[in-house]
Design a protein around this ligand. Sequence first.
Ligand code: C5P
Length: 231
Amino acid sequence: MRERYVIIPAGGSGRRMGGDIPKQMQELRGVPVLKRTLDLFLNLPFEVHVVIPINDSIKGMWTDYCRKHNVYLKYVLVTGGMTRFHSVRKALRYVPDGVSVAVHDAVRPLAGPEWTAGLYEAAEEHPAVVPVLPVTDSMRTVSPDGVSSPVDRSAYRYVQTPQVFHSEVLRKAYGSVAYSPAFTDDASVVESSGVPLYLCEGDRYNIKLTTPEDMALARALIDSGIVRTTL
Ligand code: C5P
């Protein structure tokens, strides 16, 4: 079995969420979102090494939280970059070749543990494992001048994290492509370096917490027991 790592990009400022506290550090039923995401990986039934790219303003809040709550965990904190792409590229310096490395947004704390473990299993065989969900709403393309037309939704998928890669493949991709704003995830970076993606089924409750309404939804999913955050 390959050794297992996770990079949890937590370097964003979380502006869309509003408020003074960035979304990674907002509390969800008393526990900061980043702590919940970290715990997901630390509680898997195998060891996972953790690297967290985080920006300096959030780092202070995070270390204060850890001190206050006696959180002494084995993980590496790295100063984040200008964009998610740059944060992941910096974090990769702390991940060796020959391992499986997941990249999972700090703001997706509700991913199911069994489902997450299954992605690492799939990465024993496939170098780039990417969870996706079918689109259930109708979809349209809209041109810059506002003209819209329907598209065949069966041709589209929502893409989630964690995406799990062979570390040497991810490093080569990040080392060989120039940054583009089109790189909103790691799968697109890896694919642009010529590596085929293995798509597998996503987890519908693994929502990305972006707006205050998403936090309310996350609270409801936890309170109702619909999501279980530990095995
Ligand atoms: O804002 P966006 O949707 O791209 O954020 C996805 C993830 O990337 C978040 O967990 C955020 O903290 C992280 N990020 C980062 N470094 C940045 C910008 C975003 O690690 N410079």
